[in-house]
Design a protein around this ligand. Structure first.
Ligand SMILES: [Mg+2]
Length: 165
């Protein structure tokens, strides 16, 4: 029997990363971060502790296919996704950004993904720091505490236990 694919939809800001428009102070440089340059400004992207372990675990243990879904711009979402997955031998099957948000009815993003992939909602789980986008499918979202970019936390380790349920 063919196994159906399972998908994990990942939010970026507040969930896996935190972006600021200024460079970190010396005292914060212990956190993994990178300076991103834009046309007329630069910003700093902070990576949430344990993000890479979560991605590897989702891939190797849970056998998930990844989907990135962010309301940020195409340029930003592509760059952040590339950075998150850069040392890994897998990459999201879909990366959705502000262009897609614009064509989706408000609060209906999971319905849209389900239809696009031709799967049932039970084949999908989402990790997000906001439940606004998933009003219709609250049972498919694992709500994670928003990360501020500075504090050390273990949310991305804790969430693994919820994925096993
Ligand atoms: Mg978010």
């Amino acid at each position: 029997m063919e196994m159906s694919l399972k998908y994990i939809v990942l939010d970026l800001d507040g969930t896996l990363v935190h972006h600021t428009n200024f460079h970190p102070h010396k005292s914060n440089e212990s956190y993994e971060h990178i300076i991103l340059s834009y046309k007329d400004k630069s910003g700093c992207l902070h990576f949430r502790p344990h993000y890479k372990e979560l991605l590897i675990w989702c891939h190797d243990v849970m056998r998930y296919e990844f989907i990135v879904f962010s309301s940020a711009s195409e340029d930003y979402v592509t760059r952040v996704t590339d950075l998150l997955f850069k040392d890994l031998n897998f990459y999201p099957v879909h990366v959705f950004d502000s262009r897609h948000i614009n064509i989706i009815t408000y609060n209906k993003q999971l319905n849209w993904i389900i239809e696009l992939l031709g799967v049932t909602k039970n084949d999908i789980v989402c990790i997000d720091d906001s439940k606004d986008n998933y009003q219709d499918h609250k049972d498919r979202i694992l709500l994670i505490e928003e990360w501020d970019g500075y504090s050390q936390d273990n949310e991305l380790i804790t969430i693994r236990n919820l994925l096993l349920i």
